[in-house]
Design a protein around this ligand. Structure first.
Ligand code: PLP
Length: 435
């Protein structure tokens, strides 16, 4: 019997507003602090690096924030994204569980990150910004911002972690194709980069270092602002289009998720899928199990400490209350480059502290086995980052089989892995190791 496995919304059913969990937290989010005075920073302190509309979104406790028409027009290039039921994976696992996934890999840059790069470029454009500076790890965020900047006529200057700049040439080429300037970080473009290169010309870079360089670039160039692809409240806000769509699509499927999984680097695709469901959990007292999945080698939520810490290595950012491994933590070079960040979104951290969500960590060899199983049953090649969510969802489906329970599982497939094939090659040839 053939079964509907794809749940598609019409353009008219796409969200007109983003959802803000800061309106509904049972306890307010601890504010960012000035590192010098240890006092809460006001919105004016952020004005050097962010445009006013994004600062407003960063601090607002308004529940619904309107998505501008210009942004919705561009979202329409790939949104609404499909919700799929993974019946072939269910069959391979011989599980009574129903497994659904929201697929964000169909965007032009291949991941969810364009859901925020587009509004960030838009709000900068209308605020008079001419140029954006940013950092990127494996290149997903840099390419997403490059695309959005080109569509709104902004210059884009990207600091790319050196080891990825050398080993991930395709996303660098994507950025070039979309007209961005890309520097291997640490670079000779900033004082901080030059200092690090003088100490060690072979410094491979890290996300924390690249953030420091992008922030320094911002404050030393006219008409330039900074853009961050994860962690901050306004980024979590923009990504909620994922969960708002998914909720309607689950209704179309006639089911409600018992357990929801998404991978976490800085927390944005997780927040995007789950925050609207957390809203339901808070307001309707639902028991949904909501799980953030991280790599065992960069375990900020499962092994980190909840405290104030810097977002970057050079200590240039405000202090954020978050689960952190310490801002000098150098994550080992694993294949899920997008999950190598020492900290975690303050909003996601707060949700964990309040018991609204849970966290799990897994080693990369197990992750790639699940990625391969998914590719061989559902056909789509997942990003190594997204494969963390797949792996945790599979564990849940196996538990459901063992318990003979019909569970409904939902996960976020945050991106495709077509530019990560060398990682698959390492995994297939047995070269992958747990670090
Ligand atoms: C960047 C990235 C992530 C990790 O970032 P979050 O902000 O935690 O979502 C996850 N999946 C993909 C495909 C990415 O590109």
């Amino acid at each position: 019997m053939s079964q509907t496995t794809r749940f598609s919304l019409s353009q008219a059913e796409t969200p007109t507003h983003w959802y803000n969990l800061n309106a509904d937290f049972p306890e307010p989010l601890p504010p960012p602090l000035n590192p010098g005075t240890k006092q809460p920073i006001g919105p004016e302190a952020l004005a050097a690096i962010f445009p006013e509309p994004l600062i407003k979104q960063e601090v607002t406790t308004e529940r619904w924030v309107e998505i501008p028409e210009e942004v919705r027009d561009i979202y329409a290039l790939w949104r609404p994204s499909p919700l799929m039921r993974a019946t072939r994976l269910e069959k391979a696992l011989q599980t009574p569980a129903h497994i659904y996934y929201k697929y964000e890999g169909g965007s032009p840059a291949g991941s969810h990150k364009v859901n925020t790069s587009v509004p960030q470029a838009y709000f900068n454009k209308i605020s008079g910004t001419k140029r954006l500076a940013t950092e990127t790890g494996a290149g997903q965020w840099g390419s997403s911002l490059a695309m959005a900047c080109k569509l709104f006529g902004l210059e884009c200057n990207v600091y790319m972690v050196k080891v990825s700049y050398q080993h991930k040439p395709y996303r660098r080429m994507l950025m070039h194709t979309w007209g961005a300037t890309v520097h291997a970080s640490p670079s000779d473009q900033t004082e901080y980069g030059r200092k690090l290169l003088a100490q060690d010309p072979h410094n491979n870079g890290s996300l924390g270092i690249a953030i420091s360089e992008a922030v320094e670039d911002t404050v030393t160039h006219p008409h330039t602002k900074y853009a961050l692809g994860s962690v901050l409240n306004h980024v979590m806000l923009h990504q909620t289009v994922i969960g708002l769509e998914a909720m309607k699509q689950m209704e179309m499927a006639g089911e409600e998720p018992d357990a929801i999984f998404a991978c976490v680097g800085g927390g944005s695709n997780f927040a995007g899928l789950t925050f609207p469901f957390i809203h339901q959990k808070i307001t309707q007292n639902k028991k949904t199990r909501i799980v953030a999945v991280e790599p065992l080698s960069c375990p900020s939520l499962t092994k980190g400490e909840l405290r104030y810490d810097f977002g970057d290595t050079a200590e240039m950012t405000p202090l954020l209350m978050m689960y952190t491994l310490g801002h000098n933590f150098m994550p080992p070079s694993i294949h899920a480059g997008g999950l190598r960040y020492h900290g975690m979104s303050p909003m996601v951290s707060h949700a964990l502290k309040l018991g609204l969500i849970a966290a799990e960590a897994y080693p990369q060899t197990a992750i790639f086995q699940s990625a391969a199983l998914f590719a061989q049953t559902e056909a789509t090649i997942p990003a190594p980052e997204s494969a963390h969510a797949i792996h945790a969802a599979i564990q849940e489906a196996i538990r459901a089989r063992e318990a003979g329970q019909k569970k409904v599982i939902l996960f976020n497939l945050s991106g495709h892995g077509l530019l990560d094939l060398s990682s698959y090659e390492s995994a297939m040839s047995g070269k992958l190791q747990d670090v």
